[in-house]
Design a protein around this ligand. Structure first.
Ligand code: APR
Length: 171
């Protein structure tokens, strides 16, 4: 039985097997949680992302997809990078955001991760309403088998984001 919880906190401090990074397609860092993760992981994370760009992802990571790297100086084992839809770029199809959560779960399951922590993907710079993100995220995580990933956490950076996820989890 999968545990799905939400709490306030900084994703870079979360002690789970894998954390999910709300990245951009370049995978070369940015602000928000992406910037926090790269700062906490150290320069080897950027080097690993550059290696992905030089090999398997020459055109970058597509919106809605996910790819894993090691986590280096972070307290977790892996970082699962996903690219959320950017509302400011006209990417308003909810299926793209569903795919971020589904693909991240699949990648985590492939790694053998038992615990996975998500931020509110697309609810920051990418301009999606955090209540819609919460509805989509909880539904996607609840519906996806992803064998072995039995502890899924939403780690929220603001009281409003936490309230949005708690409301959805209360049902
Ligand atoms: N821990 C947990 N959540 C965080 C943290 C953190 N340390 N820092 C920010 N957040 C929250 C934001 O408050 C927001 O609710 O993560 C959520 C996602 O916001 P962003 O990080 O801005 O991500 P997103 O909206 O998906 O935009 C991605 O922003 O940082 C750039 O490189 C990134 O271009 C990409 C874009």
């Amino acid at each position: 039985m999968r545990s799905i919880t939400a709490h306030r906190g900084d994703l870079t401090h979360e002690r789970v097997d894998a954390i999910v990074n709300a990245a951009n397609s370049s995978l070369l860092g940015g602000g928000g949680v992406d910037g926090a993760i790269h700062r906490a992981a150290g320069p080897r994370l950027l080097a690993a992302c550059r290696e992905l760009r030089a090999t398997t992802l020459p055109d970058g990571l597509p919106v809605g997809d996910a790819v894993a790297t090691e986590a280096f100086d972070l307290p977790c084992r892996w970082v699962v990078h996903t690219v959320g839809p950017n509302r400011h770029a006209g990417q308003t199809d909810p299926a793209l955001l569903v795919s971020c959560f589904t693909r991240s779960l699949e990648v985590a399951a492939g790694l053998g991760a038992a615990s996975l922590a998500f931020p509110a993907v697309s609810a920051g710079v990418y301009g999606w309403d955090v209540r819609e993100v919460a509805r989509i995220a909880v539904a996607a995580v609840s519906a996806n088998p992803a064998p072995g990933v039995d502890d899924v956490r939403f780690v929220l950076f603001s009281a409003d984001a936490l309230a949005a996820f708690e409301e959805v989890l209360r049902g």
